[in-house]
Every structure is written in structure tokens, then in C-alpha cells.
Design a protein around this ligand. Structure first.
Ligand code: 13P
Ligand code: 13P
Ligand code: MG
Ligand code: MG
Length: 365
């Protein structure tokens, strides 16, 4: 049975500030998707949040980039925005960059990760969701899951994973893509994806079966809007077990709270803290950036779950380490590398200040 799993998300208003989603907004979204399930458009759905981002997880049989599914998501975000406006939530409708839906939600602000696949005998999937970071945040974890044998020992010892995986990498600035094979091209792969503000892993495929293994949302809000409107707060779907990494291998990269961009005003680096879904309430300096993981078994399109995968004691150390890194980074105040480099900052007073002080600059001898 061919199933499409669509995860579409948007920030339609924060409660309080940018820290959390309001329950009434989630309730409204559940109402809309319940109707769509009743009508047969969706097989199943799950509505959740990561910080101030509303997450619509949907299964159906209409394929990727389907107009009806995208419109359903768009309408749900518009209705959520109405609720957000009535409560005067912060940044109501923040990620809806267009006034009217025109066939495909891509490029309109919300983040999209979708994959169509033949459902296996058992189909475990993990949906990662992030707040206060940008789309390249999945690069390091995806590399570790699918190309690093010190993370995924299955790459070494499982015969059906031993040939490796193919990475589809997008240049988000030049709108180009390239596919690279791991393990033999990992040095070429890393020169690109080690620069996540420009190159993002869009998808990963099994080289054993050509099956889709992972897909992420890669849209950069600031590049669409041409100004700062909030962070991308991306999502990523990963299939697990069988010819794919085991669930534990999929989660393991997040035991290291690696540095990502996007904290506070979209303009700072901070540690990516793995948390249970209710703990995605980034409040210290609007952060530190959060990642949550919802695990499902898909059964004839039904979403059996979620299991809140980071609600596990074994991630306590990563959280503690993230708090220590957060403290260390915070001490840098307005200095790089806590503050993003000039060209990556989402907003800046540099043009005004430089203009004001223009006359006071003089040439060096
Ligand atoms: P089981 O032997 O319990 O199925 O576990 C296999 C596995 O992949 C664990 O990582
Ligand atoms: P969001 O992108 O999550 O709305 O955060 C914006 C921000 O600037 C927080 O400081
Ligand atoms: Mg927000
Ligand atoms: Mg957000």
C-alpha cells in the first residue's frame, strides 16, 4: 500500500512571545484535520507543536505536493491565525507570507517535508521538529545517521545497509541540487553540508533499495520574504529499521547538542537541545534551540503513536550539556560566535550605524 506522509508546519502565533503554542490554536487545527479525515481526504493525522510552531502530521494517498493536501494545511494555518489574532498571540500569522493560496504551499512560508513510500510489514518513522533554528540543522544528525559508522554501526554490520546511502543536497541560495554517495564521496559531501546555512540535506535514499529514507524541510524564510520574519524551525522525517538505521541509531546523533543558528532574534548560535514535546518551551533567551522527536508505527496509513522519543532519561545528559553550552555561549553577549557572522544575521543595525558614522571613518595610512 502506497502512503504519503506529509508534515507541514508554521508559526501562526506565539504564546507567550515566541515560547510556546496556545492550546486553542492546536484545538482549532485538530478540528480542521478531523473533518478532512471524515471526508476521506486524510487517512489519519496528528497535530502537535514544537515551541511556537504548529505541526500538522498527515497520512493520505494523494502523493507529494498534492494541491488538496497543501490547501488543507494552508486553510488550517489561516484558521489558526484567526484564533491567534483573537488572543493577540505574538506574531499571529507570522509564517504566512502570502495572502492567498495558489496551488502549492511551498514558498509561501510554512515548512514542508513529505515522502511517498510503499508501507513495509512494519513501518517505524521518527518525525523530528525544531524550534529556534534554521533548515540546515539536520545536516549533522542526518550525516551521522546515514554515513557515520561510529553512530550507526549497522552501516558496518548489517548486510542490507553496507552499500550506504545517497544524499540529496540543496544549495538554498543558488537553488541547485546535487546527489552524493556515502561512503565513497563523504569528503565531498562534508565540504558542502558542513556549511548548513547554505547547503541543506533535503533527502536520503537507500542504495540497497533506492527507497526514500529521510526527507527534510529546507525552505529559508528569510530568502523567501527578503527580510526577517522568524526562523525556519524545520522538520525532518526519518524511516527506521530494516534497510534503514535502527530507531536508536536514528536518535543517537541528538545525544550531542551541536551548535545551530537561530537562537534569539534568529541571530545567535546555541546548542540544539533534545527535549520531550511538552518541554519544547524555549524560554531562556528565547531558547536554547529545541528538537523534539515523535515516533510512529504506520499501519495501513494509520499513525500509531506518537511516542515522545526524547522523553527518556538517557537524554538527560545531553540536556544538561546543552544548558552548560548555552551558559558558555551566552557569556559572549553580542560577540561572535554567539552572535551570527554579519552576513547571516537576520536583522542588524549595521547599515544605520555605519551611515550615521560614515563621516567619522577615515582611511588607514
Ligand atoms: P530486536 O532484536 O529486538 O528486534 O532489535 C533489533 C534492533 O534493530 C535493535 O537495534
Ligand atoms: P520563531 O522563529 O520561533 O518565531 O522565533 C523568532 C525569534 O526571533 C525568537 O527570538
Ligand atoms: Mg514565533
Ligand atoms: Mg518557532
Amino acid at each position: 500500500m502506497k502512503i504519503t506522509l506529509s508534515v507541514i508546519k508554521a508559526d501562526v502565533g506565539g504564546y507567550v512571545g515566541h515560547s510556546e503554542s496556545h492550546p486553542d490554536v492546536l484545538a482549532k487545527a485538530r478540528e480542521g484535520l478531523a473533518k478532512a479525515k471524515q471526508s476521506g481526504l486524510l487517512i489519519d493525522y496528528h497535530v502537535t507543536k514544537c515551541g511556537d510552531d504548529l505541526q500538522l502530521i498527515m497520512t493520505h494517498q494523494h502523493g507529494e505536493e498534492n494541491e488538496k493536501i497543501h490547501k488543507l494545511a494552508w486553510d488550517t494555518f489561516v484558521e489558526g491565525t484567526e484564533v491567534a489574532k483573537s488572543l493577540k498571540l505574538y506574531g499571529a500569522g507570522q509564517d504566512l507570507l502570502s495572502d492567498a493560496f495558489s496551488g502549492n504551499i511551498k514558498g509561501m512560508g510554512p515548512g514542508v517535508a513529505e515522502m511517498e513510500f510503499e508501507e513495509r510489514k512494519s513501518e517505524p518513522v521518527i518525525i523530528f521538529m525544531a524550534d529556534k533554528t534554521s533548515s540546515g540543522a539536520w545536516n549533522m544528525p542526518l550525516y551521522k545517521m546515514f554515513a557515520d559508522p561510529f553512530n550507526t554501526i549497522g552501516l558496518v554490520i548489517a548486510p542490507n545497509m553496507h552499500v550506504g546511502f545517497t544524499f540529496e543536497v540543496h544549495d538554498v541560495k543558488e537553488h541547485k541540487k546535487i546527489t552524493l554517495n556515502a561512503p565513497e564521496e563523504i569528503y565531498d559531501l562534508l565540504i558542502f553540508i558542513g556549511a548548513p546555512s547554505r547547503y541543506a540535506v533535503k533527502a536520503v535514499y537507500s542504495r540497497e533499495t533506492s527507497d526514500i529514507a529521510a526527507v527534510s524541510s529546507t525552505q529559508r524564510l528569510s530568502l523567501i520574504a527578503g527580510r526577517y520574519v522568524g526562523k525556519d524551525d524545520p522538520v525532518c522525517i526519518v524511516r527506521s529499521q530494516g534497510t534503514f538505521p535502527a530507531v536508536g541509531e536514528v536518535l543517537e546523533p541528538f545525544a550531542l547538542p551541536h551548535l545551530v543558528e537561530g537562537w534569539m532574534r534568529g541571530s545567535h548560535h546555541g546548542p540544539f537541545m533534545p527535549v520531550a514535546i511538552p518541554d519544547s518551551i524555549p524560554s531562556r533567551f528565547d531558547g536554547p534551540p529545541r528538537v523534539t522527536a515523535a515516533g510512529f508505527q504506520i499501519a495501513d496509513g494509520r499513525l500509531v503513536g506518537p511516542r515522545d522519543m526524547f522523553a527518556d532519561l538517557s537524554f538527560d545528559r545531553a540536556r544538561q550539556q546543552a544548558n552548560e553550552i548555552a551558559e558558555y555561549m551566552r557569556r559572549h553577549g553580542p560577540f561572535e560566535p554567539h552572535r551570527l557572522p554579519l552576513e547571516e544575521m537576520e536583522y542588524t543595525t549595521m547599515p544605520q550605524v555605519a551611515k550615521k558614522l560614515e563621516g567619522r571613518f577615515s582611511d588607514l595610512k
